[in-house]
Ligand binder design. Structure first.
Ligand code: FE
Ligand code: FE
Ligand code: ZN
Length: 275
C-alpha cells in the first residue's frame, strides 16, 4: 500500500483536511502552510493539531508534506526581504512542530542574477538559522525545473545545500514534472536517474515525491504540470514509479491541475496500477 495523496485546501484546518483525504482515498496529503502567494499564516489551533495527530495515526497515514508559500525566496537579492523570508521559514518550522514527524517542503529559491553559489549560500544560511534540533520536522528541498535562475534544478545543487546545512533534518522531494523538464529522463531511464540521485545526493535523503505529468518535453526547463497520463511522462512512467522498490514507503503527492473529483480519480488510477 503506497502513500498517495494530493494538495488540499488548508482553510478548514487539519482535521477537515484529513476527512477530505479519507473521502478521496488518500493516505497522505499536502497543504500550504500559509497563503501560497503571500505570507499570511492562519492563527494556530492546538486542539485541531492534537486531534489531527490522533486521526493520522488511527488511519495509518504516511507523513504529510506541507508546502511553503511560492513567494518564499530564501535567496532574494534584497537583504531586508531576505531576512523577512528567513523569519517566515523559521515561523513555519516552529508551527510544523505541532504536527510532529511530518515534512516541510519548499522551493529552494531563485538567485535572481546573484549567481548559483551565492544563492546556495544564502539558502544554507537561512536553513541553519531556522532549523532548531528539537523541532520534529524534516525540511525537504524540492527539485526544480531549472527555470530562470532557480536553484535546485540539478542534483548537485541540492547536495551543496544539504552539505552546507550539515543536518539530517534536510531531505529532498523529487517532483516528476520538474526533474523531467530539468533534464532527467525518467521516461526512458528511471533506474538511471535514481542511480544518479543516489550517487550525487543519496537515496536516504529522498523523503517525498510530487507526482505530476508534464505539458512540456524533456529538458525544456518550463514547469507546467499536466494530469497523470495526459502529458509527456505518460501512464507507463507513473506505473513504474508507483511500483519501484526504491520508492516504496515515501509519500507521493499529486499537484496536477485538478479539483477534488479529479484527484480522487487519479488516486484510484494510481492505486489500480499498484502491483
Ligand atoms: Fe512545489
Ligand atoms: Fe512540486
Ligand atoms: Zn511545478
Amino acid at each position: 500500500m503506497r502513500y498517495i495523496g494530493c494538495h488540499l485546501s488548508a482553510s478548514g484546518g487539519n482535521v477537515a483536511m484529513i476527512k477530505t483525504a479519507l473521502s478521496i482515498g488518500a493516505n497522505t496529503f499536502a497543504f500550504f502552510t500559509r497563503n501560497p502567494r503571500g505570507s499570511k499564516a492562519k492563527p494556530e489551533d492546538p486542539a485541531d493539531c492534537a486531534a489531527a495527530v490522533e486521526m493520522l495515526k488511527q488511519n495509518n497515514f504516511g507523513p504529510l508534506v506541507a508546502h511553503a508559500a511560492y513567494t518564499m525566496n530564501l535567496c532574494t537579492a534584497d537583504p531586508d526581504a531576505r531576512a523577512f523570508t528567513a523569519s517566515v521559514l523559521a515561523d513555519d518550522l516552529r508551527r510544523m512542530a505541532a504536527l510532529p514527524g511530518n515534512f516541510y517542503n519548499f522551493h529552494p529559491g531563485s538567485h535572481v542574477g546573484q549567481g548559483m553559489e551565492t544563492g546556495i549560500s544564502q539558502i544554507v544560511d537561512a536553513l541553519k538559522k531556522a532549523l532548531e534540533p528539537q523541532y520534529p520536522v524534516t525540511v525537504l528541498l524540492e527539485s526544480m525545473a531549472g527555470k530562470g535562475s532557480e536553484v535546485g534544478g540539478r542534483f548537485e545543487e541540492l547536495r551543496a545545500i544539504i552539505d552546507g546545512v550539515g543536518s539530517d533534518q534536510v531531505g529532498v522531494c523529487l517532483d516528476t514534472c520538474h526533474i523531467w523538464d530539468g533534464g532527467y529522463d525518467i521516461v526512458n531511464d528511471l533506474d538511471g536517474v535514481l542511480a544518479e540521485f543516489d550517487r550525487v545526493v543519496g537515496l536516504d535523503r529522498l523523503r517525498a515525491l510530487h507526482l505530476n505529468d508534464s505539458k512540456n518535453v524533456h529538458n525544456s526547463h518550463k514547469d507546467r504540470h499536466e494530469c497523470i497520463g495526459d502529458g509527456n511522462l505518460g501512464l507507463a512512467t507513473f506505473e513504474r514509479i508507483i511500483n519501484h522498490p526504491l520508492l516504496a514507503g515515501i509519500p507521493m503527492i499529486l499537484e496536477t491541475p485538478n479539483e477534488l473529483p479529479g484527484y480522487q480519480k487519479e488516486i484510484a488510477l494510481l492505486r489500480s496500477m499498484e502491483k
